[in-house]
Design a protein around this ligand. Structure first.
Ligand code: PRX
Length: 658
């Protein structure tokens, strides 16, 4: 243990809770615990969030729960998300910065609400002129450049749900999503900067289009004035379209509250990712509400969430929530260690960031890089967030001391792509912080912990179990795009009475393990299903396995999660080879490449381990849990259900031979 670790441990032993500074409480958007009572008026409590938006048509029913789990929120209401994020701020804040963008090479753009209005209108006109119709899903494969939120908001303006695919996803992942959403339009960009290199991004679209089962139109933004890489003649340059529609305004389409705003594909327990479909009214209300109460955002703040817009965190907490509240949201294109490890703090200082939102993986990285990169940078956060993975108390305390200067609050927020916004989190002026604990239920949310038989586990027992949500909330997904049955099977079936039409009999299964302490705080333990969390990126073990199975030499494979001090979890791939194939560096390389091609470089395995056989139950099911125990150097545990227990022992001996 280093001196730093010993000091952190000592402080944590001494202090379990940390109070929010008085100065914070005094200025907080919400500091009266009565907020919880208001939201306990269910479902009317959630109107408080909906009232933060501008509606063209007021809703007549807050929640229609007559056909669970297909809940409907703010029924009868009409609104437009783009108008809520832009137009309604023009009178008061038109000249204030909406998006503050910094490119990796150092260029910056301060896009005012008025400029954003112009750009989004022109893009909306361009999309419409290209034939994008209301309710058509537009797939967007773009990195962290302003054109990404502009395209999203332009889609929202004309009522075309967007499906943003994280730029790091491969061509195959892109074509899968274009096919699944049946998109007739794909928006991409020629390239972008990453660690000083200009990456050719459009080549992924080029390759993907070969695997798309229809013939979408490809619209291409350019990172600079002119394309820097070859752009196919079959594609349309967005710049040309914008020139044709310069100065045009597009009336925001009045969308039904239940009309979908976007799809976000995420990994589940099968090889195919699921398109989580989010509604317009409930989602935007929940995004704005949690940005207001949990993130404590005020219009005059500069707020920086360092996630990527290609994931749900970026959708809710870079784009929709902050812009709905009329604040300044920061976007940074590149890597946090380029050109050096102080880049994050330079940005925080240069823009005088008030609220900073990041992941535990990033905190662990900053901690490893050391305080010398922070020192000398003059920034002062009032509020900090973590999201995406459990944060170890030591990392929490380091964040609190070295980034927050012991006078910023930290909120650890638990939620998922499916939930649209935070579900378990403290309201920073109301509860004390407890390192390592996500905190209490957000207003109006009813989490619980069930044992495997569906019986509630009492906090007094200190027992871990399945995290569930017992009541609907406005930010929840509507369904899995085009697959209502999968929606029920993935999230509801296990703990609900699926024959019942009474919403009290329907319970949402999060897929996470959790434990509740007697103070009411939840500690999230991680996924219980075959989903991994690699540096905050969600990956299905089946998705990785299906990429591995593309390699001819491979007979069978199983992916196990290994704990990792920096990334939280990393995938180990266990592989058996076909008869007559010898293990070799080439085969290993082929496997790695197949994963990079099938999913993306971020899914690259930690290790590829060649074994003679995989541990299987008598019915032939591969026991990944055992492989996880092996990867993590833990006891094998009960192996009596195995067809051949010696297989697991042999693998363990092979791996831990030294
Ligand atoms: O396992 C939980 C973990 O991230 C999963 C959701 O991943 P994704 O849909 O990609 O959304 C990430 C951003 C919301 C969850 O099932 N997770 C999320 N937040 C936390 C967390 N684990 C522990 N603590 C958190 N605060």
């Amino acid at each position: 243990m280093s001196d730093q670790d010993i000091e952190l441990e000592a402080r944590l032993t001494e202090q379990e809770y940390f109070e929010p500074p008085e100065e914070f409480v005094e200025q907080a958007n919400v500091s009266d615990p009565a907020v919880y009572d208001r939201f306990d008026e269910f479902p009317e409590g959630f109107e408080e969030y909906a009232e933060m938006l501008d509606w063209n048509e007021e809703w007549d029913t807050v929640l229609d729960d007559s056909n669970p789990p297909f809940y409907e929120w703010f029924v009868g209401g009409e609104l437009n998300a783009s108008a809520n994020c832009i137009d309604r701020h023009l009178d008061d804040r038109g000249d204030e910065t909406a998006i503050l963008w910094e490119g990796e090479e150092g260029e910056t753009r301060h896009i005012s609400y008025r400029e954003l209005h112009e750009e989004v209108n022109e893009m909306a006109a361009a999309l419409r002129a290209s034939g994008v119709e209301e309710d058509e899903v537009v797939t967007i494969h773009m990195p962290m450049v302003p054109a990404l939120p502009v395209t999203m908001l332009a889609c929202a303006r004309i009522g075309a749900p967007h499906s943003v695919v994280f730029a790091g996803f491969s061509a195959t992942a892109l074509s899968d999503r274009v096919n699944s959403a049946d998109s007739d339009h794909v928006v991409t960009i020629d390239g972008y900067y990453r660690r000083g290199d200009f990456l050719n991004h459009i080549e992924k679209a080029d390759e993907a289009m070969g695997n798309v089962d229809h013939d979408p139109e490809v619209l291409v933004w350019t990172r600079h004035d002119e394309p820097e890489v070859d752009v196919s003649d079959d594609y349309t340059l967005v710049a040309d379209l914008l020139a044709e529609h310069e100065g045009e305004e597009v009336e925001p389409v009045s969308r039904d509250a239940e009309d979908p705003l976007f799809l976000m594909y995420t990994s589940g327990t099968t090889g195919q990712p699921k398109g989580c479909q989010h509604r317009t009214g409930g989602y935007l209300a929940y995004a704005a509400g949690t940005c207001n109460y949990v993130e404590d955002i005020k219009p005059e703040d500069t707020y920086w969430c360092s996630a990527d817009i290609g994931w749900i965190t970026g959708h809710t907490y870079i784009v929709y929530g902050p812009l709905a509240l009329g604040t300044t949201t920061v976007m940074y294109e590149g890597a946090p260690d380029y050109p050096d490890k102080s880049r994050t703090w330079e940005i925080a200082e240069a823009y005088d960031v008030d609220i900073f939102h990041t992941s535990p993986t990033a905190v662990r990285q900053f901690m490893k890089w050391g305080t010398e990169h922070i020192e000398g940078h003059d920034f002062d956060f009032r509020h900090m967030t973590t999201v995406g993975e459990p944060i170890q108390p030591e990392a929490w305390l380091w964040y609190y001391q070295h980034i927050g200067g012991e006078d910023a609050v930290i909120v650890d927020t638990w939620w998922q792509t499916e939930t649209g916004g935070h579900l378990i989190t403290n309201l920073p002026a109301i509860q004390d912080m407890k390192p390592g604990s996500a905190g209490v239920a957000a207003p109006g949310i009813e989490p619980a912990i069930y044992d495997d038989d569906g019986e509630p586990v009492d906090a007094e027992t200190g027992q871990a179990g399945n995290l569930v949500i017992e009541r609907p909330w406005p930010g929840m997904l509507q369904t899995v795009y085009g697959d209502d049955e999968r929606f029920i099977a993935e999230y509801w079936e296990r703990f609900s009475d699926t024959d019942s039409n009474d919403s009290e009999d329907w319970v949402y299964e999060a897929g996470d393990g959790a434990v509740q302490a007697t103070d009411g705080y939840y500690r999230i333990l991680g996924r219980l299903d075959d989903v991994m969390n690699v540096a905050g990126h969600r990956l299905g073990t089946m998705e990785i396995e299906s990429a591995v199975s593309e390699v001819d030499a491979v007979a069978e494979s199983a992916v196990a999660s290994r704990e990792d001090a920096e990334k939280g979890e990393v995938p180990d791939v266990y592989v058996t080879l076909r008869e007559g194939v010898e293990e070799s560096e080439e085969v290993r390389q082929e496997i790695v490449e197949s994963i990079e091609e099938g999913i993306g470089k971020f899914a690259r395995p930690n290790e590829v381990i060649f074994v003679d056989d995989l541990p299987k139950t008598r019915s032939g099911k591969i026991m990944r849990r055992l492989l996880e125990n092996i990867s993590n150097g833990e006891d094998l545990g009960n192996t009596t259900t195995l067809r051949d227990p010696s297989v697991a022992e042999r693998i363990r001996d092979q791996i831990h031979a030294d």
